[in-house]
Design a protein around this ligand. Structure first.
Ligand code: PLP
Length: 348
């Protein structure tokens, strides 16, 4: 996976896109209620956001059945992943174990702090290979990073198996479970490893409002972990003070708004089924996805495919693994999926 640099964000951004299908955002959000709350909040935005941030953390704590000292908020989950990368790189000679490919942010940042990234290939059905990952833990391992559902493959691991894995592995090393896409599963609470934290295990759960809530630009995320871990990680960032008051107040009304979440999920599924049909009709396979993006094997060089689509106003991303070139396409609105289909038919 290519590193996203400031330069690539600014210089690489195309002037005009018909379909923005490269960043796993939710174009059906944020909800109308959330937008109104953010706009209303501008009136009092000369005030620091603490009061609302605490209210949001309490709301999350109540829903999850944890305490305030179990939560650390920040402007998206990205800064919290960076905090973990820095903290778990403190001991020299450390390594971080993860699947490969996975969401690279945390282990790649850890490499910048001289930690080794211990990559474990996926199973034949492109899932995290939990057995192989457990075997990779050694005396120098400082963290186990699990992304579930996994980005960029969109696959999930069996919950019971992951729960048993957390129970064993967390006795040796902290287990970081990145649940950015958990809201796209039929029963997020059943699939979440939050109960492992509640049992006192050394498990860190990362969540974000950037995905199903549609808050990628508003920037709200959090981690839930044991209080001593929260205390340590809070030293590596500004925490809740980083989130703007309008974003926090929008999150307060959006949190667990089931009607909105179900509607966004329904629209995402409709667009995803449309995409599956397009791929099938063009003779392509795909990895069945439990998230808002789909990975499919390409029949041409990945960089060329991305460039050809970009020329036609459609942004997607490419990967190379298992001796194969792949495209990861985010699920967008139906007009965006149609724009992809039109461009795809021209070049496939
Ligand atoms: N974790 C995963 C798995 C992601 O895919 C992303 C973003 O794409 C993030 C974390 C970071 O998102 P944010 O900083 O917007 O919460």
């Amino acid at each position: 996976e290519k590193k996203i640099t400031e330069e690539s964000i600014i210089l690489g951004a195309p002037a005009e896109l018909k379909a923005r299908l490269s960043s796993n955002e939710n174009p059906f959000g944020p909800s109308e209620k959330a937008k109104k709350a953010a706009m209303d909040a501008l009136n009092t935005s000369y005030q620091y956001p603490m009061k609302y941030t605490r209210e949001l953390a309490q709301k999350i704590a109540d829903y999850e059945g944890v305490k305030l000292e179990n939560i650390l908020m920040d402007a998206g989950s990205g800064p919290l992943l960076l905090a973990a990368a820095m903290y778990y790189s403190k001991k020299s000679g450390s390594n971080i174990v993860s699947g490969d490919p996975t969401y690279a942010s945390l282990p790649r940042d850890a490499e910048d702090f001289n930690t080794t990234w211990n990559k474990v290939p996926l199973t034949a059905d492109y899932k995290l290979d939990l057995d192989a990952m457990e075997k990779r833990v050694d005396a120098s391992t400082s963290l186990m990073y699990i992304c579930n559902p996994n980005n960029p493959t969109g696959t999930v691991v069996d919950s019971a198996k992951l729960r048993a894995f957390c129970g064993r592995v967390s006795q040796k090393v902290p287990v970081f479970i990145d649940e950015a896409y958990i809201d796209y599963l039929p029963d997020p609470q059943a699939a979440s490893m939050m109960d492992c934290v509640k049992k006192g295990q050394n498990v860190i759960i990362a969540r974000t409002f950037s995905k199903l809530y549609g808050f990628a630009g508003l920037r709200v995320g959090y981690i839930i972990a044991q209080p001593d871990v929260i205390k340590e990680l809070s030293k590596y960032g500004a925490g809740g003070m980083s989130i703007s008051a309008p974003s926090v107040q929008a999150a307060l009304v959006a949190y667990q708004d089931k009607a909105f979440l179900q509607d966004a999920l329904k629209k995402t599924l409709a667009s995803k089924n449309f995409l599956y049909d397009v791929l099938k009709k063009e003779g392509y396979e795909y990895i069945p996805s439990s998230s808002n993006f789909v990975m499919f094997p390409l029949k041409m060089e990945g960089d060329k495919f991305v460039a050809e689509l970009m020329k036609r106003g459609v942004s997607v991303r490419n990967w190379k693994f298992s001796n194969q070139e792949w495209c990861r396409i985010s699920i967008g609105r139906m007009d965006e999926m149609q724009a992809f289909a039109d461009a795809f038919r021209q070049i496939s």
